[in-house]
Design a protein around this ligand. Structure first.
Ligand SMILES: NC(=O)c1ccc[n+]([C@@H]2O[C@H](COP(=O)([O-])OP(=O)(O)OC[C@H]3O[C@@H](n4cnc5c(N)ncnc54)[C@H](O)[C@@H]3O)[C@@H](O)[C@H]2O)c1
Length: 253
């Protein structure tokens, strides 16, 4: 049976990577989709691939009017919002705090923290009457530190803080809120991180080898956890942190 039949889902950061994988899976499970991203072309291509159940809205998650418009567009097109995947994110720089560019720090916090806050602000209002499920993409960076990524680490910890407070605030209205915490997943973001680490090509992937399962995860493997949390399969789950990380948070191999 389709797990999201009759449901409408907003997905931010939907143009590629984990967000796009979730969009394909949610569509296959019967959801109507409002796909949001800054990247217009891949977003349109994804919606065309999925078909008429998918609509797009060019959105900057850091901009309040843009996020308000996204939720209004979803309501106007589909009449309801049952699921929101607040997934847009950026990695920022790889630098010691003494060298970290302050404008880059502010940008990471704007997308990864303010963007999630604005999503909660408008989506929770839309879900007030009928409840719903909100899934926020945090990271293993939300529960531990790694060197050189102060802004990203802080932002992904903050995403868990926003999730926990929203789970408490949403519970009386039957709005469930959880985080999915991936890493390391084979996407453009991971390629960018490899580049910053000076990794020499696709066969030299120390970040994958350092994972207990010995490989990167695929975006689809994260999307399956997101589907669980979006659907009624997780009807008693709220305020939780769900790792999809090949064992990274469990310790060293
Ligand atoms: N790839 C990994 O290993 C990994 C690990 C942990 C967490 N994550 C998180 O997963 C999420 C998805 O990342 P991904 O790996 O698919 O990376 P990605 O770079 O492929 O996708 C991120 C998407 O977010 C969009 N985006 C960025 N800024 C935006 C803004 N201001 N407004 C709207 N959209 C914006 C981008 O255009 C892009 O399409 C992010 O929150 C990321 O931090 C990824």
């Amino acid at each position: 049976m389709s797990k999201l039949a009759g449901k409408t889902a907003i997905i931010t950061g939907a143009a590629r990577g984990i967000g796009a994988a979730a969009a394909r899976l949610f569509a296959a499970e019967g959801a109507n989709l409002m796909l949001a991203d800054l990247l217009a072309e891949p977003l349109k291509a994804l919606a065309a691939e999925i078909g008429p159940q998918a609509a797009t809205c060019i959105t900057d998650v850091t901009d309040e009017a843009s996020v308000r418009n996204l939720v209004e567009q979803a309501m106007a097109r589909f009449g309801q919002v049952d699921v929101a995947l607040l997934n847009a994110g950026i990695e920022g720089a790889l630098a010691h705090p003494t060298e970290y560019d302050t404008a880059t720090f502010d940008k990471v916090i704007a997308v990864n923290v303010r963007g999630v806050f604005l999503g909660l602000k408008y989506v929770m209002k839309a879900m007030e009457a009928n409840g719903g499920s909100i899934v926020i993409t945090s990271s293993t960076a939300g529960i531990r530190g790694v060197p050189g990524m102060s802004a990203y680490i802080a932002s992904k910890h903050a995403a868990i803080g926003l999730m926990r407070s929203a789970a408490m605030d949403g519970a009386p209205n039957k709005i469930r809120v959880n985080t999915v915490n991936p890493s390391p997943i084979d996407t453009a973001m991971m390629a960018s991180l490899e580049n910053m680490h000076g990794v020499a090509g696709r066969n030299d992937r120390p970040l994958a080898k350092a994972t207990p399962l010995g490989r990167y995860g695929e975006p689809e493997e994260v999307a399956r956890m997101m589907l669980f949390l979006a659907s009624e399969d997780s009807s008693f789950c709220t305020g939780g942190v769900y790792m999809v990380d090949g064992g990274v948070s469990g310790g060293r191999r």
